[in-house]
Design a protein around this ligand. Structure first.
Ligand code: FAD
Length: 475
């Protein structure tokens, strides 16, 4: 009987998993997950992501067990691990769903050519994006740099229906490679265990992801265009970590959204699916710019006088100026510390940063406001914020995170113009008019112990605009 190895990555699910379906159609399957922290991703996983991954893998193991498919866990450089596991399982073929980041593509390419050299069949599938980055091109054959034409072109293309989970296999393959113990990977925080808020807020896994999708399409989607900007309301799907880890595929979301369409909610469903379009657009940016997390897409921004905190482990950039800060006030290090902890004295910013710290997630409107505040009012480089989000978000995504930071900073593709600076005070009035969200996360709001704003919002805005004008004059 044929044995196939199915290599799981950011696709921790058994339904709509074309690689698993292909393996099963050939015979018996062994599943593999490799924790490769050296050669993959833009940097090692952050703390919140590690917490999610632990539970996501437990859920995947349970899902595969129901199909009688054993899951092998290994740590190390993926190509070497693959070589060993293919040999130990006497597999004839290896299947996976494609990835689109630079380092991941090189790893996959290497595994594919080594498998071919060893006489094995290696095949990859489209599963994590509705439209692979090289397929959406303009009349000149170039990739789109602006969202609206990108999504217009992409959404005119066919989207395949989701693939069912395969049938249970009669018997597991005879040769089972050894698996490491998930607990030995130390993905969960212990000293201290800071994950209590994450446990309360989230259930990682495939069934919980589908429940979130169903709950959203059953009700909130109808008011999505208005409620999506109100952080105190459950107005968005909260699918981001499920999509990030692949518990739910974009094909499943698309299919369910199309089925949930009625004459009344048609427009609202379209607004929602356009957000999936932003996810596709961010991934297209990462595909075309593998250094999206490090380099401004608009190179002139390397001359913007963004600041770095003086901390070890913080990246340095040729364009960054040292102290003093242009508008006076606290040092960059103190600014970053206050921002991270939600102690800037700007209520909507503080609420967002505290929601993030407590739950591993932040509402999109508030992400835009706190990111803008860091980059424009506090004058700190967007990469400092991107790294903090990377470490604290359960949905920390190699494409969505840097692409959105660059969007806010003005340095990205189809970015918000730099001069359009969010005012965190008027945003608060507009989107949290009853202070429900702010009070939920900042109980001391409006009371004596709550700090004064760390910078003057108006003055710091003017300083940012001046710095931007100098940049424009120089370029
Ligand atoms: P919904 O409004 O229900 O949207 C549905 C799905 O569409 C989301 O789950 C997500 O996959 C996608 N989506 C929505 N908005 C965006 C967007 N602006 N860009 C790309 N995809 C989008 N999203 C991440 O998934 N991971 C990140 O690391 C991340 N970092 C961000 C950093 C900043 C500074 C900003 C401004 C936004 C970031 N986002 C990120 C995008 C967005 O904030 C989240 O996807 C969204 O808040 C998730 O909530 P939801 O699932 O309820 O979204």
């Amino acid at each position: 009987m044929t044995t196939s190895l199915v290599w799981f990555r950011d696709d921790l699910r058994v339904a709509d998993h074309p690689a698993l379906a292909a393996g099963r159609s050939e015979g018996a399957v062994v599943a593999l997950y490799v924790l490769d922290e050296e050669s993959e991703g833009i940097r090692p996983l952050g703390g919140a992501a590690r917490w999610w991954l632990h539970h996501g893998l437990e859920d995947l193991r349970a899902g595969l067990e129901r199909l009688n498919v054993p899951l092998v866990l290994r740590r190390g450089a993926a190509p070497e691990v693959l070589r060993e596991v293919l040999e130990a399982s006497s597999a004839d073929a290896v299947y996976w769903n494609r990835r689109y980041g630079g380092p991941e593509r090189s790893v996959d390419q290497r595994v594919k050519s080594e498998a071919a050299e060893a006489g094995l069949h290696a095949e990859s599938f489209q599963a994590s994006l509705l439209h692979e980055p090289w397929t959406v091109r303009n009349g000149q054959g170039e990739h789109y740099k602006v969202f609206t034409p990108f999504w217009k072109a992409a959404s005119a293309r066919h989207v395949r229906p989701p693939v069912d989970a395969p049938a249970r296999q009669g018997s597991a393959p005879a040769n089972l490679p050894d698996s490491e113990d998930l607990a030995d990977w130390d993905l969960l925080p212990t000293h201290p265990d800071w994950a209590g808020g994450l446990r309360e807020a989230w259930t990682p896994g495939e069934a919980a992801g589908h429940q979130a999708l169903e709950d959203f399409l059953d009700g909130p989607v109808a008011d999505y265009p208005q409620d999506r900007d109100r952080p105190s309301r459950p107005g968005t799907s909260r699918l981001s970590p499920y999509l990030r880890w692949g518990h739910v595929s974009p094909f499943q979301v698309w299919d369910a959204a199309v089925r949930a369409r009625t004459p009344r909610n048609h427009q609202a469903v379209q607004t929602f699916t356009a957000e999936l379009g932003w996810r596709e657009f961010c991934w297209s940016q990462l595909y075309h710019h593998p250094d999206l997390a490090e380099a401004n897409l608009r190179p002139e921004f390397s001359d913007y006088p963004w600041q770095w905190p003086r901390e070890s482990g913080t990246p340095h950039d040729a364009g960054a100026f040292p102290d003093p800060v242009p508008d006076g006030g606290p040092s960059p290090t103190a600014r970053v510390r206050a921002w991270r902890r939600g102690r800037t004295g700007v209520p909507l910013v503080d609420a967002g940063q505290r929601e993030l710290w407590a739950t591993g997630w932040m509402h999109n409107r508030v992400r835009m406001v706190t990111a803008s505040f860091l980059v424009k009012n506090l004058g700190i480089h967007w990469r400092v914020g991107e790294q903090w989000f990377w470490d604290t978000l359960v949905d920390a995504d190699a494409a969505n995170n840097p692409a959105n930071w660059q969007w806010v900073a003005g340095s990205g593709a189809d970015a918000a113009p730099f001069f359009r600076i969010f005012n965190p005070l008027t945003q608060h009035d507009r989107f949290d008019p009853d202070d429900d969200y702010v009070r939920r996360w900042v109980p001391s709001f409006g009371q004596e112990g709550y700090p004064e704003p760390i910078v003057d919002v108006k003055q710091s805005r003017a300083a940012a605009l001046e710095a931007y004008q100098r940049l424009r004059d120089a370029n």
